[in-house]
Design a protein around this ligand. Structure first.
Ligand SMILES: C[S@@+](CC[C@H](N)C(=O)[O-])C[C@H]1O[C@@H](n2cnc3c(N)ncnc32)[C@H](O)[C@@H]1O
Length: 174
């Protein structure tokens, strides 16, 4: 079980990934490592690589998920997505939650890299808990168009937390 409270958006986001136990997963903007713990619980032979540009967040995530790091299931790197490099077809699934670069500016360069790093048919889930319905629609529209422009097939999924917050996920298949 992950330590401490688990925001509903992260449980929902991880469910949207549709993990299988052998998946190799990349999380972008992992924060304090809460979603990484949820992902590790669903893996057997699979692994998760998590990046965040904040060294403070990565330190906290390594502490929180130390058992998964020790078991070789989780690896954390302090790095911005734009400065990261992985071999082609390194991952089966990619997740980012509440990482605004994908809608706040053009994410073409980052999405092109993610398409290379994903296996053909791999899934990219870009999820948010937006402050209101208008922002949710704006995000869904912008992100769907951006992933489609990189050759992904996109589907928008929406949800609501128990407290009534909206959730939106653009699930893109390579
Ligand atoms: C709002 S927090 C979300 C953390 C976690 N995903 C969650 O939903 O609780 C956004 C995180 O993404 C990281 N981040 C933002 N832009 C990034 C980028 N371009 N590359 C890597 N990490 C990034 C931030 O440092 C921060 O930890």
């Amino acid at each position: 079980m992950p330590r401490g409270p688990v925001p509903e958006r992260l449980t929902w986001a991880v469910e949207n990934l549709g993990l299988t136990p052998g998946d190799r997963v990349l999380e972008i903007g992992c924060g304090r490592g809460v979603a990484v713990a949820l992902i590790c619980e669903r893996l057997t032979s699979g692994t998760v690589t998590a990046i965040d540009r904040s060294a403070t967040a990565v330190e906290a995530a390594r502490r929180r998920d130390e058992e998964h790091v020790a078991a070789g299931r989780a690896v954390f790197h302090t790095a911005a997505l734009a400065d990261s490099a992985f071999p082609e077809a390194s991952f089966d699934k990619v997740l980012a939650v509440n990482v605004n670069l994908f809608w706040a500016r053009s994410p073409d360069r980052e999405l092109a890299a993610l398409r290379r790093w994903l296996v053909p048919g791999g899934a990219l889930c870009l999820c948010w808990e937006p402050p209101d319905a208008r922002r949710a629609e704006q995000i869904a529209g912008k992100v769907s168009a951006a992933v489609a422009a990189q050759g992904f097939a996109a589907a928008v999924r929406v949800g609501v937390t128990g407290a009534g917050s909206r959730l939106v996920c653009v699930r893109a298949q390579g």
